[in-house]
Design a protein around this ligand. Structure first.
Ligand code: SF4
Length: 374
């Protein structure tokens, strides 16, 4: 799963705008899967083939045909569009193939059909030579599979690079006119909440343009599956993973860093029955995290009140109703256990997203920050 990896066909190239679907009037990503291409080895948790359902990387000719097909089937008013190479280690490919892929993509830029090129790559592939290699093309976004800033966790996850490589890579990418996206994982071998949070804090201090947070899942064909079967790896519990991710949201929010994805995308290829053996998988992981943040905000608000009412009315922006209620009304049930006789979540169009109001007072769900999608 992950890293140099994740497709995420739903990221956003400019600050201050909310996460959205792949095909929106404003932003668009044309995905090109290059599963495990350029990878020096297999990281312990990774199974790109299982995730993407593709067994080998496409030829440049295939890429050309795929992009054409994709563009022919999407809306014309799609706004900022990037061709995105993901699922492998882009800058680990042979230089000739990197050039051939980029030339194909650049052809679509030259015709005005797309605005730029995005690729995912390992931090240890960001070198002055490689940046020179891609420098002649419209590379607009680079995503780094960071995963952790703890060297022991990186070692146990068989990443083959260190936290210093990430620091160096981000330093080289800064001020080059490309958007920097960093991917972080929770629950890797040797990881624990305090270490994951330390990684999040360090990434937030780097002020990337966006981050993605992925829970570590045990995928059937990944090397981690063996450790899971022989009992040497215990995946993180879903609730614990949601809690840590919610704390990470607070950290990134405080630094003004957008989070464009939390959790893996459920797909026909990735589902619990076929590929996910164990781990904190939920098809609406991001929603769980938001629900946790809303519940915490209500509890915090109540804790500041001198006299807690018996009936609780919570106002939220109409778009936030389901986040406040939680999946299957989890938050309502949880608040009921606190003794409220009646709980009402009402839409309040005058409230901003990610704010709640109780008894006429407004509380932010997380620290507000400028330019945030939240
Ligand atoms: S570098 Fe590792 S995590 Fe990234 S695609 Fe290759 S094997 Fe998977």
């Amino acid at each position: 799963m992950t890293t140099e990896v994740f497709p995420a066909v739903n990221h956003i190239p400019t600050k201050g705008l909310p996460e959205g679907p792949q095909c929106t009037p404003k932003f668009y990503v044309v995905p090109v899967f290059i599963p495990h291409a350029g990878c020096p080895h297999r990281c312990i948790y990774c199974d790109q083939r299982g995730i993407t359902g593709r067994s080998k990387p496409p030829t440049p000719k295939d890429v050309h045909a795929e992009i054409n097909l994709f563009l022919n089937h999407c809306r014309q008013d799609r706004g900022f569009t990037e061709i995105s190479f993901f699922g492998g280690n882009f800058l680990g490919l042979p230089p000739k193939l990197i050039g051939d892929y980029l030339k194909v993509a650049e052809g679509f830029v030259a015709k005005g059909l797309v605005n730029g090129i995005r690729f995912s790559t390992r931090p240890d592939t960001i070198t002055p030579e490689n940046l020179r290699l891609v420098g002649g093309y419209h590379a607009t976004t680079v995503e780094l599979g960071v995963q952790s800033m703890n060297d022991r966790v990186l070692h146990l996850s068989e990443r083959g690079h260190t936290a210093a490589d990430t620091r160096h890579a981000v330093g080289l990418l800064k001020n080059r006119g490309v958007q920097i996206g960093l991917q972080l994982m929770v629950g890797l071998p040797g990881d624990e909440p305090a270490l994951a949070m330390a990684s999040a804090r360090e990434l937030a201090d780097m002020h990337p343009d966006f981050v993605r947070i992925y829970p570590t899942l045990v995928l059937a064909q990944s090397p981690l599956a063996k450790q899971y079967h022989n009992g040497t790896y215990n995946p993180m519990d879903l609730n614990a993973c949601v809690d840590v991710t919610a704390d990470m949201v607070r950290v990134f929010a405080a630094s003004g860093v957008r989070i464009v994805r939390m959790g893996l995308q459920a797909s026909e290829e990735l589902n619990r029955d076929t590929h996910v053996l164990a781990g904190p998988f939920h098809p609406a992981f991001g929603h769980l995290v938001w629900s946790k943040l809303f519940l915490d905000a209500v509890k915090t608000a109540l804790s500041t009140m001198g006299r807690v009412p018996t009936d609780l009315e919570i106002g939220v922006h109409p778009a936030d109703i389901s986040k406040m209620r939680g999946i299957k009304n989890h938050n309502i049930s949880e608040l009921r256990r606190s003794g409220f006789e009646r709980i009402l979540v009402s839409p309040s169009p005058v409230l901003d997203n990610h704010h709640i109001s109780i008894q006429g007072r407004i509380y932010p769900v997380i620290q507000p920050f400028p330019g945030s999608a939240f």
